[in-house]
Design a protein around this ligand. Structure first.
Ligand SMILES: [Zn+2]
Length: 289
């Protein structure tokens, strides 16, 4: 019932999975699409074991100091220290926590964002956009459209510094604040309740500071590596994205893809086919705000 997608400018991928194995045979390796594997950005990055924590657990990290059970640490110079995770993986959201599936799009807004927004709008699907501050500054109107369409916003740092989490607390805080401020210039009342570290390189400090700024750290569980245009191009990339998303998405999945950061024609072609497919199988949701 989705074969018609192949007729559009965005060629899409074949509408069923039997040939998926051959796509993997094209050198894709075994990492793509597996929960907890690196990816999402050009620099490989270890991600903590997929011992996912529910959004509510992450939220506890952003609770006010008075909410902390460990009153004995009240003298601590850092009010949130008692709530900070022992490892960053402890408080990174990697599943929706229920039967729903969340699509997330990173590194925009960019020239392809309006097309992806239209595709989502046409299908009545809500998603989550992890935006880069300097892109927000360049394309504030796209951020406004993201919000107007009912999608969720996520802070993806000012300029995609994949090493940000290893820098000083002041540097991390200033970067995240600047990014959120830019979002609020575009949409004054926008809720920015999520943070995704570039490359997935979450550190305990970055997670903690994001929590102090009211943001939960948002990971993912399905990653088709659509950013890796050196490895796959054109139809091969489109097929790869379709294969990974089809074969790995299940209830609770958070799927990572990109609306910015380069030519996203393969991503758009893939989702032209995938959106109606996924909608038929799952309840697709924006991360809650
Ligand atoms: Zn990114």
């Amino acid at each position: 019932m989705i074969s018609a997608c192949a007729l559009v400018v965005l060629a899409g991928c074949s509408s069923d999975a039997p040939s998926a194995a051959s796509w993997h045979a094209s050198g894709s390796g075994s990492a793509q699409g597996l929960a907890g594997q690196g990816g999402g950005d050009p620099i490989a990055h270890p991600i903590a074991a997929p011992g996912s924590v529910t959004p509510s657990a992450a939220a506890s990290a952003s609770a006010s100091p008075s909410a902390s059970a460990s009153a004995s640490t009240s003298a601590s110079a850092s009010p949130s220290a008692s709530a900070s995770p022992s490892t960053p993986g402890d408080s990174i959201i990697r599943t929706t926590g229920d039967q729903t599936v969340a699509l997330t799009f990173d590194d925009g807004p960019g020239p392809d964002t309006p097309t992806i927004l239209k595709m989502l709008r046409d299908q009545g699907i809500k998603a989550t956009f992890c935006v880069i501050g300097q892109n927000v500054k360049q394309y504030p109107q796209y951020v406004q459209q993201i919000v107007a369409d009912g999608h969720t916003l996520c802070n993806h740092t000012w300029n995609h510094d994949e090493a940000l989490g290893k820098k000083s607390a002041d540097t991390i805080r200033a970067d995240l604040q600047k990014t959120s401020d830019e979002i609020h210039k575009a949409v004054p009342d926008a809720k920015v309740l999520y943070f995704r570290h570039p490359g997935g390189n979450f550190t305990p400090l970055a997670v903690q500071i994001a929590a102090e700024l009211g943001m939960k750290s948002l990971g993912w569980s399905v990653d088709p590596w659509d950013w890796n245009v050196k490895k796959w191009q054109g139809q091969q990339m489109t097929n790869h994205i379709c294969s990974v998303v089809r074969n790995n998405t299940k209830p609770g999945s958070i799927v990572l893809s990109h609306d910015g950061g380069g030519d996203r024609s393969a991503t758009m072609a893939a989702y032209k086919t995938l959106l109606p497919e996924l909608k038929g199988k799952f309840t697709l949701v924006a991360m809650p705000v």
